[in-house]
Design a protein around this ligand. Structure first.
Ligand code: GTP
Ligand code: ZN
Length: 186
C-alpha cells in the first residue's frame, strides 16, 4: 500500500475517533503516522541474505560468543502497540563467525514487523542458526508491553522473558547454564 493510501486511512481513523483532521495540529498527522507505521513495519521489506550481506567469516574459535543488551522495539500483533526491551544472543561457532552488527540487524528485521515476543525470539534464533551453521544458538528477550501498561490490565512493572535454545544449548545443561550466567551477570 502506498504512503498516500495509508495516510487516507489514518485520516479516516482520526475522524472516527471524533477529531478534526483539518485543524492545524493534525493537518500533517495522517502523512506522518503513515510514514511512522511503515517504518515500524519495514522488516517485511528485508531479507536475511540482504542484511547479512555476506559478513560471515571463517574462524577457528569454538568458544561461546555472546552479544548482550541489543535494544529492541517491536509492535505487538494483537493491539499494534509497542513492546520494548533487550535481546541477548549467544552461539557456539563451528568454523564461521557472523559480523557483530549483523546480530542487531537480524533483531531489527524481525522486530520491525507485527509480532508476539515468543515468535520473535524463535525467528531470531533460527536466523542466526541458518547463517552461522553454529553448534548451538540461544536467544533471550526481556520486554515490556505497552498494551499491558497503557491499557488493559495497566501493569507498569511487569516484564516478559522469553527464550529459545537450539542445538548444544538445548542438549547440554552446562552450556545453557554458562549462557544464563553470562546473561544475568550485569
Ligand atoms: N504471549 C504473548 N501475549 C501477548 C503478547 N503481546 C500481547 N499479548 C497478549 O495478547 C492477549 C490478547 O488477549 P485478548 O483477550 O484477545 O485481547 P484484549 O481483550 O485486548 O486483552 P487484554 O490485554 O487482557 O485487555 C493479551 O493477553 C495480551 O497481553 C506477546 O508478545 N506474547
Ligand atoms: Zn498487545
Amino acid at each position: 500500500m502506498s504512503s498516500e493510501e495509508l495516510a487516507n486511512h489514518y485520516r479516516r481513523i482520526i475522524v472516527e475517533l471524533g477529531e478534526d483532521p483539518d485543524r492545524e495540529g493534525l493537518r500533517d498527522t495522517p502523512r506522518r503516522a503513515a510514514k511512522a507505521m511503515q517504518f515500524l513495519n519495514h522488516g517485511y521489506t528485508q531479507s536475511l541474505e540482504e542484511i547479512v550481506n555476506g559478513a560471515v567469516f571463517a574462524s577457528d574459535t569454538d568458544e561461546m560468543v555472546l552479544v548482550k543488551d541489543i535494544e529492541l522495539y517491536s509492535m505487538c500483533e494483537h493491539h499494534l502497540l509497542p513492546f520494548i526491551g533487550k535481546c541477548h544472543i549467544a552461539y557456539l561457532p563451528s568454523g564461521k563467525v557472523l559480523g557483530l552488527s549483523k546480530f542487531a540487524r537480524i533483531v531489527d528485521m524481525y522486530a520491525r514487523r507485527m509480532q508476539i515476543q515468543e515468535n520473535l525470539t524463535r525467528q531470531i534464533a533460527e536466523a542466526v542458526l541458518r547463517v552461522t551453521e553454529a553448534r548451538g544458538v540461544a536467544v533471550v528477550i526481556e520486554a515490556s508491553h505497552l498494551c499491558m501498561m497503557m491499557r488493559g490490565v495497566e501493569k507498569q512493572n511487569s516484564s516478559m522473558t522469553s527464550s529459545v535454545m537450539l542445538g548444544a544449548f538445548r542438549e547440554n545443561q552446562s552450556t545453557r547454564q554458562e549462557f544464563l550466567t553470562l546473561v544475568s551477570g550485569r
